[in-house]
Ligand binder design. Sequence first.
Ligand SMILES: *[C@@H]1O[C@H](CO)[C@@H](O)[C@H](O)[C@H]1NC(C)=O
Ligand SMILES: *[C@@H]1O[C@H](CO)[C@@H](O)[C@H](O)[C@H]1NC(C)=O
Ligand SMILES: *[C@@H]1O[C@H](CO)[C@@H](O)[C@H](O)[C@H]1NC(C)=O
Ligand SMILES: *[C@@H]1O[C@H](CO)[C@@H](O)[C@H](O)[C@H]1NC(C)=O
Ligand SMILES: *[C@@H]1O[C@H](CO)[C@@H](O)[C@H](O)[C@H]1NC(C)=O
Ligand SMILES: *[C@@H]1O[C@H](CO)[C@@H](O)[C@H](O)[C@H]1NC(C)=O
Ligand SMILES: *[C@@H]1O[C@H](CO)[C@@H](O)[C@H](O)[C@H]1NC(C)=O
Ligand SMILES: *[C@@H]1O[C@H](CO)[C@@H](O)[C@H](O)[C@H]1NC(C)=O
Ligand SMILES: *[C@H]1O[C@H](CO)[C@@H](O)[C@H](O)[C@H]1NC(C)=O
Length: 503
Amino acid sequence: MLGLIYLLSSLTLGLLSLAAPSNITPRWYFPSEIDVLSVTVQELQQFLSNGTVTSVQLVQRYLEMDDMRANGTILSELHGIPMLFKDNVGTDMSLGMNTTAGNFGFLGSRTPGDCPVSAKLRAAGVIIIGKANLSELANFKGNITNGWSARGGQTQSAYVVGGFAAGGDPCGSSSGSAVGTSAGFAAAALGSETDGSLVCPSNRAALYTIRMSVGLSSRTGVIPISSTQDTVGPMTKSTYDAALILENMVGFDSNDSFTYAARDHIQSNYTQYALPPYATFQGKTLAVPRDFFYNESISGNPPEINEAMDKALAMMASLGATLVDPANVPSAYDLATSTAETTVLDTDIKVDLATYLSGLTDSSIETLEDLINFNDANADIEFAPGECCQQTLVRAVQTTGKNATVYLDARAQDLDIGRTRGIDYVLDTYGADALVLPTEGYASSLAAVAGYPIVSVPLGYLPSGQPFGMAFIGKQWSEPLLISLMAAWEAVSPPRKVPAQLM
Ligand SMILES: *[C@@H]1O[C@H](CO)[C@@H](O)[C@H](O)[C@H]1NC(C)=O
Ligand SMILES: *[C@@H]1O[C@H](CO)[C@@H](O)[C@H](O)[C@H]1NC(C)=O
Ligand SMILES: *[C@@H]1O[C@H](CO)[C@@H](O)[C@H](O)[C@H]1NC(C)=O
Ligand SMILES: *[C@@H]1O[C@H](CO)[C@@H](O)[C@H](O)[C@H]1NC(C)=O
Ligand SMILES: *[C@@H]1O[C@H](CO)[C@@H](O)[C@H](O)[C@H]1NC(C)=O
Ligand SMILES: *[C@@H]1O[C@H](CO)[C@@H](O)[C@H](O)[C@H]1NC(C)=O
Ligand SMILES: *[C@@H]1O[C@H](CO)[C@@H](O)[C@H](O)[C@H]1NC(C)=O
Ligand SMILES: *[C@@H]1O[C@H](CO)[C@@H](O)[C@H](O)[C@H]1NC(C)=O
Ligand SMILES: *[C@H]1O[C@H](CO)[C@@H](O)[C@H](O)[C@H]1NC(C)=O
């Protein structure tokens, strides 16, 4: 019914993937065509009959993970935990999964191996059980619906009976990561965000997420939109889980120039901030940007969201938070009217995608132009019925690079809106630690153009069953503080609801 995971990896590799840390050598070969997640007894009997696999190999395969644990080898707190990865996060071909961002043009092209984030998580013992559906090309193709890709089809919310057609828009672009986690297909997921793609789908699946400061962890090997704004991040059922995954992702990557700035800000322990004594509202000052961000005629949000926000603000105040309300953002209205972000992303994707593609082998797509031509030549499979075109990609292909005056001006405008007259202004002027606002609306854009962190926590549920979230935005590298706010909220929240139709 929910069809969440369009490429279940062979767990083969999931487990062999534990060989990633160089001190662990696989003791046996296991045939990649057998996927222990999906294979049936009847099929196994055939594989055994024709000699593809032996019974000894099979038994070893099923025991390996627990064996390691029994031997006292626990790679991290993530050891043996199944995760879904958004299908733009590059994984080693030996895992039996393509990396396509939902586009058929990437099918069959070979990644150079695990991207740094994937390698780090596998070294921590994570089992990647599948690549999740997404808004194709992270919603940088054209007029597609949230969670739709040519390879995967339409991702459906697990919470709204009747799915997309009944208003159950899962949001995007990390739609499958969010739905898959909320529907119990995996313990947690990796998604990615350029502007909203972690926080929006997480908020519609009652998940916790951290869109970290750009550069705190590597983006190398992740099919990009923009090196200026992209981040990879965790989507989880608790603050602790999100902090734990983040802790195992962060780090310098000489191939990602944005990670240089993060080097002095990377911490080795993020989970501690999800625990006492950090997880508290006491001593925290929160800025409430009432104007614009809480305005329903601007956000289009239903009234339930502000009602829940007002209750949450009162509760946080009762728990010791100091509220500055209102604490308005001078640049707020520019967020809605400025075209600077579009200019930056259009320019970035042309350059950054070419860099990504240069790392692939056997790829028929080497440039953005190739991708556009592929989509046109394969319109029957690449466009949804009634979908008109790929206007976003076509717009992007006309850009003239990151040295163009129009680009440099746009980037300066984004920093002015996001930082100088945005987040930095409010937090400095009001002496606040973070902004607090509904996740639905323009929250993600303010953080996105600034390159600053934003987190989302479950807040409430609409009559349709669709969840919504509350966001906190902080200064660059303020992840520890934001994690402490997430955990403080989680500690006083009712348990997150699971999708009623799956119970
Ligand atoms: C063995 O049997 C399996 C299951 O029927 C089949 O998929 C596979 O191709 C066979 N392999 C060989 C080498 O015959
Ligand atoms: C566990 O320990 C046994 C006995 O020492 C050893 O044979 C085996 O290889 C170990 N397994 C792993 C996965 O380390
Ligand atoms: C990638 O997709 C191609 C085409 O569908 C398929 O033949 C291949 O087995 C896939 N690669 C991996 C590693 O799964
Ligand atoms: C995008 O798709 C929607 C729904 O399919 C449609 O109403 C709208 O006109 C389309 N917009 C463009 C620019 O094609
Ligand atoms: C950087 O990229 C090059 C080329 O893809 C690769 O050989 C090298 O190992 C990478 N460096 C790191 C630190 O990953
Ligand atoms: C992080 O700090 C917490 C609290 O002190 C501790 O329990 C945990 O073991 C630490 N994690 C790591 C990886 O050191
Ligand atoms: C909300 O925004 C609308 C449209 O910009 C504006 O007319 C209205 O005055 C705003 N409401 C408040 C309370 O600021
Ligand atoms: C952009 O300008 C810088 C400094 O003038 C120069 O070093 C760099 O090569 C230029 N890059 C491109 C892509 O033209
Ligand atoms: C992508 O989305 C839809 C539904 O979730 C589904 O029909 C298709 O199988 C997709 N792949 C996955 C798995 O999500």
